[in-house]
Write a protein that binds this ligand. Sequence first.
Ligand code: GLN
Length: 216
Amino acid sequence: MNASPVAVPVADVAPSASTPTIGVLALQGDVREHVAALAHCGAEPVLVRRAAELDRVDALVLPGGESTTISKLLDVFDLLEPVRARLRDGLPAYGSCAGMILLASEVLDTRVDAEHLSGIDMTVRRNAFGRQVDSFETDLAFAGLDDGPVRAVFIRAPWVERAGPDVEVLATVPDGPAAGRIVAVRQGNVIATSFHPEVTGDLRVHRLFVDLVRAA
Ligand code: GLN
């Protein structure tokens, strides 16, 4: 017979606190990469395509992709108001690239009919880096991540043109023509990055988010 493990009484452990259920908005974009990163960080990732699925998550990731398409699909799938309502109620959220655009309170250079979610008080410019450098990689310092710079992959990325008074700037472009541009922010339990940590294998940004969800 196997020795029984020294059991922590079930009642002392809130399973949702140790293994938060984190939804990944799965309408379009690099959903699988976020699912894999979240699973590696000890969260339980679930796909969110309808309001009933949104209801059971502790947090939501908005992936990279095409913000105007995701915006349209949020409307088609009747998720626009449910996601806005949960964000207003304090749902922790993380958006990368197109996800950052969707979390903005104002978006420049987008379609007039594109919707956004106002999860962070910020103005975001879509495709901000322009044609010459529309995709590039760089190493950047990220507030709260002390063990070295983060490898940031930018793909037709936005930047934050205005960050509201309650928004903490987590990272800026270190050099080059876009030096100083804001590319990672946090307001309360909502974070956004212009770049895609989900494609680099560096899990620190996702780990930061999962820790934030656990603490929420
Ligand atoms: N340019 C895209 C948009 O406007 C974002 C690109 C990305 O998510 N990699 O939504």
